[in-house]
Design a protein around this ligand. Structure first.
Ligand code: FPP
Length: 238
């Protein structure tokens, strides 16, 4: 049942893009080929979100835990990211997409950080979809960074300890400029959150698809949104 509290189209969709490696293995290809195909699926999802009128799309592109992968895979992912940011900048402009990023961005290679900031700056005036890349991102790490930021604010006398509420704490997270996700999509069948947006997804609807991320198409996004629209979000109330 769709209620006033759950409009049929989510404002913010977050995606755990899983299964690039499996997609490549099934085709006898190197893992990097799976990530390349995954980047194309991101492009398709951006278009899908625009067509559906979704305002925010957050994609989990590189987790804090991904730093433990082999150096060669990290290198391939970082150069793919840099290439994506460079090659797609004009497309993002044509599509009126504003790029943003969350995570410990200072951990990224310098050339990647420079390209990221350049594309963020270039697209900053766009008014359509906001695409948020989660990079070197971990939900627990974000909460720790948020706690440190709140402690600083208390120490500096900007806020009183008694004023710390969930709303105030949210203002100390990387995501302070965005609404919480309404819908969380995960591909490739695993029923896990993998340290993604732990604070923000408290009331998000979850949809897990069996297919691997590189096979994700705009039609799959539309199906997930239909599923979301069929849910009755109660936010803990009756
Ligand atoms: C999970 O698949 C995916 C990642 C670790 C990275 C996601 C990256 C992309 C989709 C491409 C780059 C993104 C942008 C925005 C340019 P996995 O490798 O864990 O797959 P597996 O579980 O099948 O091994």
């Amino acid at each position: 049942m769709v209620t006033a509290e759950s409009p049929p189209v989510p404002r913010h969709v977050a995606v755990i893009m899983d299964g690039n490696g499996r997609w490549a293995r099934e085709r006898g290809l190197p893992r990097a080929a799976g990530h390349r195909a995954g980047a194309e699926a991101v492009r398709e999802s951006i278009q899908g979100c625009r067509d559906l009128g979704i305002e925010f799309l957050t994609v989990y592109a590189f987790s804090s835990e991904n730093w433990a992968r082999p150096k060669s895979e990290i290198k391939a992912l970082m150069s793919l990211l840099e290439k994506f940011l460079k090659d797609k900048a004009n497309e993002l402009m044509d599509w009126d997409v504003r790029l943003q990023a969350i995570g410990r961005l200072h951990d990224l290679p310098e050339s990647c950080q420079n390209q990221l900031h350049e594309t963020i700056e270039k697209t900053s005036g766009n008014k359509g979809l906001t695409l948020i890349l989660a990079l070197s991102y971990g939900g627990r790490e974000e909460i720790i960074d948020g706690v440190k930021s709140v402690l600083d604010a208390v120490r500096n006398g900007h806020i009183d300890e008694a004023m710390i509420t969930p709303e105030v704490f949210s203002q100390h997270l990387y995501t302070r400029y965005f609404p919480d996700p309404d819908l969380l999509i995960r591909t490739s069948g695993e029923m896990r959150l993998s340290n993604f947006l732990l604070w923000q997804i408290s009331y998000a609807e979850l949809v897990v698809l069996k297919k691997n991320w590189p096979d994700f198409r705009a039609a799959d996004l539309a199906e997930c949104v239909d599923e979301y629209a069929s849910r009755h979000r109660r936010f803990g109330k009756l």
